[in-house]
Structures are given as structure tokens and as C-alpha cells.
Design a protein around this ligand. Sequence first.
Ligand SMILES: [Mg+2]
Length: 212
Amino acid sequence: MNSVLAGPIGIDLDNTIVSYDEVLFRVAEEAGLIGPDVDRNKKAIRDFIRTLPDGEIEWQKIQAMVYGPRISEAKLIAGVADFLACCRNRSIRTYIISHKTEYANYDRTGTNLRQAALEWIRNNKLFPLEPCGSIKTLVFFGSTRLEKTEYIRSLKCTCFIDDLIETFLEPSFPTGVVKILFDPHHLHRQPSGMEVFSSWKDLPHRFFSGQS
Ligand SMILES: [Mg+2]
């Protein structure tokens, strides 16, 4: 990956930096949708809820809760902070670029999802050297996948890290940007044209080996 070291590095937010597994489980259990036997990961919870009556709508309601009013309970994925620190120490710029609408259809609290995400980013100190206001210059939200890929292009990212293979398969994904798939559950087998990693703890070594 050394060719991408010049940066900037673009990184997706939801399920790449932020884990919702625990809060999804909690909110779904509180709503009486799941029992304790469901695995505590997003895919298992989603797959189970979708089998229920009005399951798709129920799943969207749960997502609206965890991406909005309950986001403070979501967790920073292990290894992300160290990777960002490695980039900072090497003066490699990092941006967070997220596909996120402002509001969720099924959120009765009317929480602004982008404001909630920015607050989560501040609270988890992802950019500890930045004054509060300037975080907005490092975090970008697109309402569509196309808008997201436009940010990747306009910010001149040399690589992009995402948990969703669909981002990289988007026809508008800029050519020449190295695609790095975060696949913690090993769902994909060597997808062509992409680098794959399953733990953020491995990434500094892969990016920066041989560098001081
Ligand atoms: Mg994601």
C-alpha cells in the first residue's frame, strides 16, 4: 500500500469507524423484537428482524434510533484511534466521508443525523488536535452514494476505506483511488481490485511498514 502514503486518506464512518452492534442489540431488545439468543452483530440482528411482520419497517425504526438519538452509545472500533494517530504523526490528512441523510424517516424525535454523528466524532476525539469548529472541514456527508464518491474525488483522496463493497462498485467511484475494504466478519473472498483487511490493528503495519 506504500503508493498511497501521500494521502489524503478517505474513510467511511458507519460500521467502518463506528460500531453499532451493541446499541443495535440493546435497542432491538428493548423494543421486544429480539431475544438474548440473537448474535450481537448488525447482520444477525437485521436478518432476524426482517423475518418479523413489518420487519423491514421495524429494522428501519431501530436504525433510526441508533444513528440518531442513541448514537452516543455506539462504540469506536478498536484500532481506529491508533491508525489516525499514525496518520497524524506522518502529516497524512484523513477525511471522514459518509453517506448519511440529515433525517431518518422513522425517527419521531427529529434528530439531525449529521449533527449527531459530528457530536459522536467530537466526543470520541477522532481529531484531537482540531478546534471544535474545524472538524466540519474534515467530515463530509453525502445524501447519496454519488455525492459520497464526488467528495472522494474532490478531496483528492488517494485511497478510501469502507465496509461496504457497494461503495467501490459504484460506477462513479473515481478511478485510481485505492479501494480498501474493511471486512471484519470475513464476508468477502478476495474481491478483485481491492485490498481487504479485517482489523484496524493490522492497518498501520500494512500502510507504514518500513516507514519511521
Ligand atoms: Mg459504512
